[in-house]
Design a protein around this ligand. Structure first.
Ligand SMILES: [Zn+2]
Length: 361
């Protein structure tokens, strides 16, 4: 997700913070400062850092359970509505998704129990502390209440909340992943719409923001599953471009410029004398090379040298992931003998999926 920053790396998972989460913390510190000066600002911030830690622990509940089923989690992003652990894939067995979705709330429940014991031991009442930043209420009581809200909120059956995943897993068991996701996504968006109306009427900007994120999350989850299902059974050889130009590694940039302007191709595999892939010359590489080195510089000086390649037998989902993580708009397809056989581009994949879904309807 754009506008997020990595703040830590735990057991192979990057912990990222979205800029809107930081804005929320800043807003809360500012509120404290306006209402009761710097002591309150510090107390507010401390509370939120502790709360933030509880949310990270919740997410690592999901991550640890996913790991038990062999699913890695490259990153977890903290948003104003809480954390989103981005699993590498959704487990195919609905029961596994069900357990992964419930593992987070289970951690939150454990935190609640620990805090409740701490509050009881300290002799304070166990009631709900509605103001998370009241300075005369101990931080344990306030964290207890905040975590209770997190628990209840996450059990609402709307994507990308945990309750939405539980709902999807239950539906998928009966009607398959495609329909289950569509219905769970629809329920999530309907809920977000209702919440948005409430936020608008109150008016409460925070509730509006939460509604907005749930709406987006529900939509993108449904899209991701639709893409995955549309590509089922496909491999790289089905979706690669077979007619394309290459550029020799020692050619001047001008030669690539001529090719770029003469046709629709924007990324050129760079080959050596024997036709083996040595790198990729993207349009960005070309433009930057031209302005920095001039048209007589060689392709070798401007190309992306360490560009990964993919085998023609690689499956759809892996190919998509490889393309995404490379950051390049295209990858060279190289067979087992080292021969360049195709070009995998984002545009071509999009076209193919459009054609496939049009045929199906
Ligand atoms: Zn969760």
């Amino acid at each position: 997700m754009r506008w997020s920053f990595t703040i830590a790396r735990v057991a192979g998972t990057e912990v990222k913070v979205h800029v809107t989460f930081l804005l929320l913390v800043a807003y809360i510190a500012y509120e404290g400062w306006v209402m009761a000066g710097s002591v309150a600002a510090i107390s507010y911030t401390l509370f939120f850092l502790a709360f933030f830690l509880c949310i990270v622990l919740h997410e690592f509940g999901h991550i640890a359970m996913a790991r038990r089923f062999g699913v890695r989690t490259p990153d977890v992003i903290l948003l104003p509505i809480g954390g989103v652990a981005r699993l590498e894939r959704i487990p195919d067995v609905p029961r596994q998704e069900f357990l992964i979705a419930l593992a987070g709330p289970a951690v939150t429940l454990a935190i609640i129990v620990v805090l409740a014991v701490a509050v009881a031991v300290s002799g304070h009442p166990l009631g709900y502390a509605p103001n998370p930043v009241a300075l005369d209420v101990p931080i344990t009581s306030r964290l207890l209440s905040a975590n209770a809200v997190v628990l209840l909120f996450n059990l609402i059956p709307a994507f990308p909340l945990d309750g939405g995943r539980v709902l999807r897993a239950v539906l998928a068991r009966r009607m398959g992943l495609a329909r289950g996701t569509r219905i769970a996504g629809g329920v999530g968006q309907l809920f977000a719409l209702g919440l948005g109306i409430v936020g608008f009427l109150m008016p409460a900007p925070l509730i509006l923001l939460v509604a907005f994120f749930i709406f987006l999350g529900a939509g993108s989850e449904a899209n991701a599953v639709a893409t995955r299902l549309a590509g089922q059974g496909l491999q790289v050889s089905h979706m690669m471009v077979k007619e394309f130009h290459t550029v020799p590694i020692h050619a001047p940039l001008q030669q690539a410029v001529d090719l770029l302007l003469a046709g629709e191709q924007r990324e050129f595999p760079v080959v050596d004398n024997l036709g083996r892939a040595e790198g990729m010359l993207t349009r960005d590489n070309l433009i930057r090379g031209l302005s920095r080195l001039g048209p007589t510089a060689t392709v070798a000086e401007a190309m992306t040298a360490a560009a990964p390649t993919v085998p023609p037998t690689l499956g759809f989902q892996d190919a998509l992931e490889r393309l995404r993580s490379s950051g390049l708009p295209a990858l060279a397809v190289v067979d087992g003998g080292g021969t360049l056989v195709g070009l995998l581009t984002r545009d071509n994949i999009t076209d193919l999926l459009l054609v496939r879904s049009a045929r199906r309807n």
